[in-house]
Write a protein that binds this ligand. Structure first.
Ligand code: UDX
Length: 432
């Protein structure tokens, strides 16, 4: 078992550390924010992520948290798990990555600096050069991108589809691979540049699938097909597969929006205009706004109308509001003069624009509302079309931004229904 140091006690760092500890390694997680380190030391996880609390408690003996970089000096592997947010130009901001390199303590033996953070292709080469310039030629370097989805991060770590290790020599790659020995997954070994690109390409492909199915949904609406059935029929083709074909309000979150911009910028900085990715991003932006059109079609002018946004986090099972479609929707609705209510079982909605009323329950949010919009497919919302809700609303309209509900059931419960790429609306209009 190895001694693993981790830079960054954010979501990636804590999940990675907790999972390595679970695999039997000794882990030291270092951060620069005292409050974060204090909270983790006292057993408080500063975010909502399934199973992480249990892993921290169960492996407390193998897991320490520190502010002092000297505490990781004897680690064999040093994982970089810091943020790489977008800069004003959309490039990835690598300042935190570089501050890790700058703060490396004197390291004995032949430790490996391992990049988990998502970085532009070519970053590894620059870091190698930076290490050499700082007299750290003995520190090996590897890229080992994470493919963790929020809400499933522990499962994604423990049962990955693959482990990607980019390194310039076999010994370094073997060392990183040994950390994952007890995990049964294919290992892709490659050069550092390719490992960096795998992460960006995988995310871009997933986003492409989402924007693709969202455009198909929009064409379904125009032609009277049902995108849910279309996705099922398409996804059963083994060459295509069923995943990431759920039409909805578009992707959000901490990764996709920033990584797509970063890849687009990386390509353009290298002299290539990545047309397909530019379209994927644009489709996603427009998709978030489509609900406004649906509401106007049903309610006319939105001035003075009350709209309940149900689910605020960018996806279920997380409290993460980063790039959540709810933010764009709330802003647009407020700009149209609507009164906006918000409800989420976990996210507190503090990132929403001023003027949104946060409610403690679904019933409170929909009381007196002219429309209830499912923004995030929380399981709790499967039972939205109840008689209690029917009585509480001013106008029985459910706009299902995630195609969570069965349109026929919703109709039987006395509501008008609008999904994404589903024909219920046009059928109703025809009947009328
Ligand atoms: C994603 C990747 O899955 C992960 O591998 C990467 O490391 C980080 O980015 P995450 O952002 O946590 O993870 O969530 P994910 O479950 O992938 O969903 C991303 C977004 O796509 C969400 O907004 C979700 O609502 C949306 N989505 C996903 C769809 O709209 N349709 C789909 O079919 C799937």
């Amino acid at each position: 078992m190895a001694k693993v140091g981790i830079f960054g006690a954010g979501w990636v760092g804590v999940v990675t550390g907790a999972c390595f500890a679970e695999l039997g390694h000794t882990v030291v997680i270092r951060d620069i924010v005292p409050e974060k380190v204090d909270a983790l030391r006292s057993g408080v996880v500063p975010f909502h992520e399934t199973d992480v609390q249990e892993l921290l408690t169960g492996n407390a003996g193998r897991l320490t948290f520190t502010l002092d970089v000297a505490d990781i000096a004897d680690c064999e592997f040093l994982f970089v798990c810091v943020d790489t947010p977008p800069t004003q130009s959309g490039d990835a901001d690598l300042s935190r990555v570089w501050s890790v390199v700058d703060q490396l303590p004197a390291l004995a033996g032949r430790p490996v600096l391992v990049m988990k953070s998502t970085v532009p292709v070519g970053t590894g080469d620059k870091i190698r050069h930076g290490l050499d310039q700082r007299g750290l030629e003995h520190v090996a370097y590897a890229s080992n991108p994470e493919f963790l989805a929020e809400g499933n991060a522990v499962r994604d770590f423990m049962q990955p589809d693959r482990i990607v290790i980019g390194a310039d020599d076999g010994e370094t790659a073997d060392g990183v691979a040994s950390l994952y020995e007890s995990i049964d997954a294919p290992i892709v070994r490659c050069d550092v540049n390719s490992a960096e690109m795998v992460k960006l390409a995988a995310n871009a492909f997933l986003m492409t699938r989402i924007s693709f199915i969202n455009e198909i949904a929009n064409v379904c609406e125009a032609t009277g097909a049902d995108v849910v059935k279309v996705a099922e029929g398409v996804g059963l083709d083994h060459r295509l597969g069923p995943h990431f074909l759920r039409a909805g309000l578009g992707y959000g979150g901490s990764c996709f929006p920033k990584d797509s911009l970063a890849l687009k910028q990386l390509a353009s900085n290298s002299g290539y205009h990545f047309q397909l990715l530019a379209a994927v991003i644009e489709v996603n932006e427009l998709q978030k706004r489509r609900v406004i059109g649906k509401l106007k079609q049903r309610l006319g002018n939105l001035q003075g109308k009350t709209v309940a946004l149900l689910g605020l986090a960018f996806k279920p099972n997380t409290d993460d509001m980063r790039e959540a479609p709810s933010i764009v929707l709330a802003s647009r609705l407020l700009a149209e003069g609507a009164a906006v209510r918000g409800w989420d079982p976990v996210a507190d909605g503090t990132k929403l624009p001023e003027g949104v009323t946060i409610c403690g329950s679904v019933l409170e949010a929909v009381t007196g509302a002219d429309a209830a919009v499912i923004v995030t497919e929380w399981a709790e919302l499967r039972e939205l079309a109840t008689s209690d809700v029917r009585v509480a609303v001013r106008n029985p309209l459910i706009v299902d931004g995630r195609n969570l509900l069965n349109p026929d059931d919703v109709g039987r419960a006395g509501f008008a229904y609008e999904g994404i790429g589903r024909p219920a609306a046009s059928r109703e209009l025809e009947r009328a």
